[in-house]
Design a protein around this ligand. Sequence first.
Ligand code: NAP
Length: 264
Amino acid sequence: MRRSFVSVDKPVPESPSRVAVVTGAGRGIGAAVARRLAEDGFAVGLIDLDEAGAKAGADAITAAGGKAVGLAADISDAEEVDRVVAEVADTLGPPTVLVNNAGITRDNLLFKMSESDWDSVMGVHLRGAFLMSRAVQKHMTDQGWGRIVSLSSTSALGNRGQANYSTAKAGLQGFTKTLAVELGKFGVTANAIAPGFIATDMTAATAERLGMGFEDFKAAAAKEIPVRRVGAPEDIAHTVSFLVSDGAGFVSGQVIYVAGGPKA
Ligand code: NAP
């Protein structure tokens, strides 16, 4: 039975569509989030630049008894976004959960950062989250229920070599708060998760850029983290699972730092 935490004038609708869209779901955190939402009973649309990764994730969910579809799209392209969101709605039903997870890094110190390093990071994180949220919100407001979770980062607090990325991740926090204000009356919450160090291809690439082995890089990072380990994609998936649950309907416009401690 669905548990509903309701306000008097805003009951949770009896049966909103349980369909989630996760961007950047071909690997890393997005893949773990897609798996977890499928375990939670959502049909999941996995969107990624890499079609093979998205389809492999969807096949694994289907093989485990869930419902999923894997689709290729560049989320910084408005036409592609509208096309895949329509395809998810046609195949699985209207999406009511969106996880804005796709991301890239183009790290460099400010004096060496190119305009294209700046524009591509803004394009995927900010324009991508904007386009996806705009495309999906119609389905959420029609259903009177929705959950938007966007991946920020501890880098939003400032990080050497990441003027572009930290700006985008801080921007996503403002975006989240505004969505929470605009969409709350339709039963839609918006929250951000700001992970610390999570072991994925993204952090492996950072280790490579710094000329360190990934194991040494993780061990060095763990020493600085209060819980003395680096994060796993499942740590973020667990937090997403909470934020999209019915019981989290009074949590909106928040940034949850999932970093093994209070700061980066
Ligand atoms: P990842 O392993 O690099 O995976 C990112 C995924 O996003 C890839 O599958 C990538 O596709 C996809 N993607 C990139 N640009 C895209 C676009 N334009 N359209 C569609 N998909 C696109 O990264 P991750 O570590 O899982 O990170 C996931 C999110 O968490 C990102 O927003 C990241 O900034 C954030 N985050 C990560 C950490 C960390 O420590 N790992 C910490 C804080 C925040 P391709 O495979 O084709 O490139």
